[in-house]
Design a protein around this ligand. Structure first.
Ligand SMILES: [Zn+2]
Length: 188
């Protein structure tokens, strides 16, 4: 993880490898698969952020790193970009909630860049729990969540889920369950 200035961060937008990655005003994540289930994640975070924002951005970028390691390529391709960002924002939002950082919570909620997906994720989580959200991200039937149908998160391909659970037993998201966090990415 590197703390960078704005010029460096913005120049990441322009490098071709980032087209499929998270590049935001505050942070960027790039994952290099190394073979045999090993990865190197290169995370850049803007310098000079307030403590709450730094924590939110870090959590968001860590969520991207986790997704890059744990989603099957077919699911990654099927998942809508806004849903991917919505999930990462949910991780950030939950951490801000845990820390009682109200200003940062509002800022995440008001940011339009997940096109409503964050709200759909928050609704799904409050009704069905975080593990249901995680299962959906890995093996959901839809490409995005519907804010008006928080139970849609339960439409999961069981066979695919069994496969991904076995594969990610060693990885998983253990520390995330109650304390999770976020950053803001723009789609370019
Ligand atoms: Zn992002």
């Amino acid at each position: 993880m590197t703390i960078v200035d704005r010029f460096t961060l913005e120049s990441l937008f322009k490098s071709p490898g980032y087209a499929q990655q998270c590049t935001s005003v505050f942070g960027a994540t790039r994952t290099h698969p190394f073979g045999e289930g090993r990865y190197i994640h290169a995370i850049s975070i803007l310098s000079g952020l307030s403590k709450p924002r730094l924590e939110a951005v870090a959590a968001h970028e860590f969520a991207h790193a986790w997704l890059n390691e744990n989603l099957a390529p077919s699911r990654k391709a099927a998942l809508a970009r806004e849903a991917l960002e919505g999930f990462c924002e949910l991780i950030a939002y939950d951490l801000m909630q845990e820390r009682s950082y109200e200003v940062e919570k509002s800022s995440i909620k008001e940011n339009p860049y997940t096109a409503g997906q964050l709200h759909a994720f928050v609704a799904a989580e409050s009704l069905n729990g975080f593990n249901a959200v995680l299962d959906w991200v890995k093996a959901g039937e839809a490409a995005k969540l519907d804010a008006d149908d928080p139970d849609g998160v339960r439409a999961v391909r069981e066979a695919e889920l069994a496969k991904t659970s076995a594969a990610s037993d060693s990885g998983g998201l253990p520390v995330y369950y109650s304390h999770v966090a976020s950053a803001r990415c723009q789609t370019s």
